[in-house]
Every structure is written in structure tokens, then in C-alpha cells.
Design a protein around this ligand. Structure first.
Ligand SMILES: Cc1cc2nc3c(=O)[nH]c(=O)nc-3n(C[C@H](O)[C@H](O)[C@H](O)COP(=O)(O)OP(=O)(O)OC[C@H]3O[C@@H](n4cnc5c(N)ncnc54)[C@H](O)[C@@H]3O)c2cc1C
Ligand code: FES
Length: 509
């Protein structure tokens, strides 16, 4: 059994959530009015709210969990301007000027995080470190040469060096990108939350936003309550107010992470990633006076489309143990990234909507820097200031040079609808083991059935409330994941990720 090699105690929580409590606030229990209503308190929502507050705008920030309870608490928080989808591809898709602007925007995002944490005196373990891109087995040095040249053309310092600074293994030639950074995301967002409150911004948590309407006066509803504002920023990671326009241009991928102790000095402090398709990503975080945690991520797969997600953490452990003298795996976690068709996020006015509704989505694996870019760009757009990145991140863009990726992902979505006709994973709920879930066919429809660790059965519909795809059980996360646009639901059907904004309905008997 592969899974048995992980320690029994490996927590399904990120290092961040174990080492920093999530800030909580009051529920929204009254109608309210403000300049800008921000929905979602992750890196996007909090950065936008803080920068708008600095510009003198009144802000109400709503989240249906505690602050930073979405993807930002499961990030690995590499702060990098060496773009994940490769600068050479960004240049292909967006041209040389686009690549230069994209790199510059990520450089500015890292600078902004450093500036905010210094100005507000947030002890968030921010450190400038170098980034290293090394070859996956079988890949050629040409990959590095091409990326090095593209990075330099885009204005980013990059150099080829003989090996990454690991004592325990030789990566062979790799690229070094100086002046990248790392931080503790939840310590940073806790500091931002306090700063927003000091600015007299209003934060309401456990307040689920049901609907969003733009117009002369925007209206955001939270149960019976209404927040009226001049503009709304939908910062829910995957926009909950958009049916098609954005969700046909980005694809959801699950990604997994482990954290294991390693003696300090074995691996130089830095950011590391390889050229594998579904690449590994590695960084350190201080643990005690003699050890760091080595954080290793990867094993990505299209959401709702893997039969063996329960093996992802163990595969990461094996990959890491082959290269580094790690101790037991103490942490395992995972989350979802939104990959856009052209490698850059969608930040700006929501397409096909009123002018004063804004979105930020499509992290492309760089949602902490893209999220900070969103804070800068959206606060500029809302306050009528020019911003050089506006066109690059325009959500209504269609990047013709990336159209084959667009067609491939949408064909994949179309195939998922075929699951309406296939049999269930098992014949009946009786076959489902404790702590497992499976889809069961019942007449013309399908049921998402799961048993908890005590054997209690829960049955909800398997039909995703967004656009009707069939959800699939994620064995690693114990969630129902939609293979079409990435809505995710807890075992009991509770919606935990958009674009769906309601739970899976109880199954009809
Ligand atoms: C494993 C992993 C590793 C990653 N590593 C990196 C990395 O190294 N570097 C990097 O730059 N990026 C990384 N990313 C991506 C990055 O972490 C995310 O893109 C980013 O944190 C998303 O921030 P966000 O503000 O858009 O969304 P979130 O943090 O998800 O915030 C959205 C908020 O909206 C709230 N919400 C949703 N619906 C509603 C509603 N209806 N009403 C009210 N509130 C609502 C949620 O509760 C949530 O708090 C990683 C992601 C994962 C999963
Ligand atoms: S997320 Fe679109 S159909 Fe499920």
C-alpha cells in the first residue's frame, strides 16, 4: 500500500493554518452602504480592500468563512516574477511588450508585499531569495537556454549555472533568478486584516454572498441583508457571478503539497521548480532553531478527473526522499489552481456585466503575485487612475495565439457531459467503504454518496449546480470535485469553491 508510507499523523492542513489562527469578524446582520463592496477575503480581496482604503474609499469586505479560508490558506507562497507558464510562452502568446509588462507586474507585486509588510510592521517571514528552474529527467538544456533568453528580453535577470544549491543531489544545469521571495501568507493576511480595520474598513465573516447586481447602485445580497455600493469586486477565486464568459477560458487543476522536516543548511533558502509538465515546486519555511520544513508541491491533475488522487502525496514524498534527507512527512494538503488559456490572470471589469463589477481570477499557479497585482490594478481602475497593466489582464481578452489550448480544454469539458450516460462508480451505496465516496446511478440521474469515518452515509445529488456536470470523489481531499469548471463541495455537499454558489442538493430517495 503506497499510502502507508506516509506517517499516520500527517495533518491534512497547511503549515500556515497550523502556525497562524485565521482572523474572524462579526456576521453581517444589517443592511449597509459603502463605496466598494469586496466579496472574498483571500489575497485578492484583502489587498484590494487595503489599497482602496489607503486611497480614501470606504470598503465593506464579506467572506463566507473566516478571513483567508480559501485557496490562500493552502498556497505554498512562492513569490516569483519568473512566470510559471514560462516567459518564453508568455512572449509567444502576448508578444515581447506583453511579456515585459507581465514580468514587471510580478516584480511590482513582490515589491508591494515587501513594502506593505515593512510599512505595517507585519512579521510575516518575508525573505528575498533566489529562484532556480532545473531540468526534469530527460529534458534538454535547450529548454533552459530558451527561457533564459526570453527572461532577459523581458527585463528579468536570469543566468545559467551548473547546478542548484542542494548538497544531497545534483540537478545538473539550472537557471537562477535573483531577487524572488517567500513569506508566510496567513501572517501577512492577518496583518492586512488588522490594517483594514484600522482604516475603518468593515469586515464581515461567515457571511455568504448569494447574489451580485451592478448598476447605478450595486446590490450584494447576504441572506436577507443587502449591501449597496458604487462598485463591487468579486474576489471569490473563481467568480460566482459569471456563468460562461470566464469559465470557458480557464481550467481547474488540483495540486498537492507535503511538508517534512529537514536539517537547516541542507537546502539553501530559495524557490525551486523543475521543467516537468505538472512541475514540482519546493521551498523552505522556518520550523525550529535547527530545522526547516521542506515544502514540496506538484502531482497536478485536472480537477475531478483522477482515479488515484490518494497517491499524490506519497508520490511527492518518494520524489522528495530520492533527493533530500527529509524526516517524516508532517503535513499533507492540496488545493486548486485555475489555469488560463494564455498563462496570465483575468483582472478587471466582468465581461457581459455592468461597468462597476470587477473580477480577479485565473491564478495560473501564481495567485499570490497575481492577487497582489489584482489589488493594485483594481484599486486603480475603481478610483479612475491609469494603470499600464489594464489591457494585459483584461478579462474579456481572447488571445488568438493561445486558441489551441482554449479548444483542447473546452473539448475536455464537453466530454465530461457524457458522464450523464455512464454507469456509477459502484452499483449501490452499500458498497461504499467507511471514509470513502462514490457516484451511484439512480434511475436517470446520479447520486454522490459518501461515508464518514464512523460509517454514516450521506447522499447528495452528483449534478453540479453550476452547469450540470457530474462531480467526482477526490480520494485525497475527501471532496466532490466538478471536472468542468472546478466547483468543489465537501463530503456533505457544502460548496467550498466556485463558480457554483450553492450546495449540492440532498439526494431524492
Ligand atoms: C497548493 C497550492 C500552491 C500554490 N502555490 C502558489 C505559489 O507558490 N505562489 C503563488 O503565487 N500562488 C500559488 N498558488 C495559488 C494561490 O495560492 C491562489 O491563487 C490564491 O491564494 C487565491 O487567492 P484568492 O484571493 O483569489 O482566493 P481565495 O484565497 O480562495 O479567497 C476567496 C475567498 O472568497 C470566499 N468566498 C467564496 N465564495 C463566497 C461567497 N459566495 N460569499 C462570500 N465569500 C465567498 C472564500 O471563503 C475565500 O476566503 C497555489 C495554490 C495552491 C492550491
Ligand atoms: S463547475 Fe461548471 S458545471 Fe460544475
Amino acid at each position: 500500500m503506497i499510502e502507508a508510507a506516509l506517517t499516520a499523523s500527517a495533518a491534512k492542513k497547511s503549515i500556515w493554518s497550523v502556525t497562524q489562527d485565521l482572523p474572524s469578524s462579526d456576521l453581517l446582520t444589517h443592511n449597509a452602504e459603502t463605496d466598494v463592496c469586496v466579496v472574498g477575503a483571500g489575497i485578492v480581496g484583502l489587498t484590494t480592500a487595503f489599497l482602496l482604503g489607503k486611497l480614501g474609499r470606504a470598503v465593506i469586505l464579506l467572506d463566507d468563512g473566516p478571513v483567508a479560508s480559501g485557496e490562500t490558506q493552502v498556497t505554498t507562497a512562492h513569490l516569483s516574477s519568473a512566470i510559471d507558464d514560462r516567459i518564453a510562452n508568455i512572449e509567444r502568446w502576448h508578444g515581447a511588450d506583453g511579456a515585459r509588462l507581465a514580468v514587471q507586474s510580478h516584480v511590482s507585486a513582490i515589491d508591494q508585499i515587501e513594502r506593505i509588510s515593512t510599512e505595517l510592521d507585519i512579521a510575516c517571514d518575508f525573505h528575498r531569495v533566489d529562484g532556480y528552474l532545473f531540468l526534469a529527467p530527460g529534458d534538454s538544456e535547450d529548454t533552459l537556454r530558451e527561457e533564459c533568453a526570453a527572461a532577459q528580453r523581458a527585463g528579468l535577470t536570469a543566468e545559467m549555472i551548473p547546478r542548484a544549491p542542494f548538497k544531497s543531489c545534483d540537478t545538473g544545469p539550472c537557471l537562477r533568478f535573483p531577487n524572488q521571495a517567500r513569506f508566510h501568507p496567513l501572517k501577512y493576511l492577518t496583518g492586512l486584516t488588522e490594517a483594514i480595520k484600522k482604516q475603518d474598513g468593515k469586515i464581515f465573516t461567515h457571511s455568504h454572498c448569494d447574489s451580485i447586481h451592478g448598476g447605478d447602485v450595486c446590490r450584494v445580497t447576504v441572506g436577507q441583508q443587502i449591501v449597496k455600493s458604487k462598485a463591487v469586486v468579486v474576489a471569490t477565486n473563481s467568480p460566482i457571478n459569471d456563468m460562461f464568459a470566464i469559465h470557458t477560458k480557464q481550467a481547474p487543476y488540483m495540486t498537492y503539497v507535503i511538508g517534512a522536516r529537514i536539517s537547516r543548511g541542507t537546502v539553501a533558502d530559495g524557490l525551486y521548480w523543475d521543467t516537468l509538465h505538472a512541475y514540482h515546486y519546493v521551498r523552505l519555511q522556518e520550523c525550529d532553531s535547527t530545522h526547516d520544513w521542506l515544502i514540496v508541491g506538484g502531482e497536478d491533475h485536472k480537477s475531478g478527473q483522477s482515479q488515484n488522487s490518494d497517491q499524490c502525496h506519497e508520490r511527492l514524498r518518494i520524489w522528495a526522499a530520492e533527493r533530500f534527507p527529509i524526516g517524516d512527512v508532517e503535513f499533507t494538503w492540496g488545493g486548486q489552481c485555475m489555469e488560463t488559456m494564455d498563462g496570465l490572470a483575468f483582472i478587471g471589469r466582468n465581461p457581459l456585466d455592468k461597468e462597476n463589477i470587477y473580477i480577479a481570477t485565473g491564478d495560473s499557479g501564481m495567485g499570490i503575485t497575481h492577487g497582489t497585482i489584482a489589488g493594485i490594478l483594481l484599486s486603480d481602475l475603481i478610483t479612475g487612475r491609469d494603470n499600464p497593466w489594464e489591457r494585459l489582464y483584461e478579462p474579456s481578452r481572447k488571445t488568438l495565439r493561445a486558441s489551441s489550448a482554449f479548444a483542447k480544454e473546452n473539448l475536455n469539458v464537453a466530454v465530461q457531459y457524457g458522464k450523464w450516460l455512464t454507469p456509477g462508480d459502484v452499483e449501490s451505496s452499500e458498497e461504499i467503504e467507511w471514509d470513502h465516496g462514490a457516484v451511484v446511478r439512480r434511475g436517470m440521474t446520479k447520486i454522490a454518496a459518501s461515508r464518514d469515518a464512523y460509517g454514516k452515509l450521506t447522499e447528495v445529488t452528483a449534478v453540479c449546480p453550476h452547469l450540470g456536470c457530474m462531480v467526482q470523489w477526490n480520494k485525497a481531499e475527501r471532496t466532490w470535485d466538478c471536472p468542468c469548471h472546478g466547483s468543489r463541495f465537501a463530503a456533505d455537499g457544502q460548496c467550498i469553491n466556485g463558480p457554483a454558489n450553492v450546495d449540492l442538493a440532498p439526494a431524492k430517495s
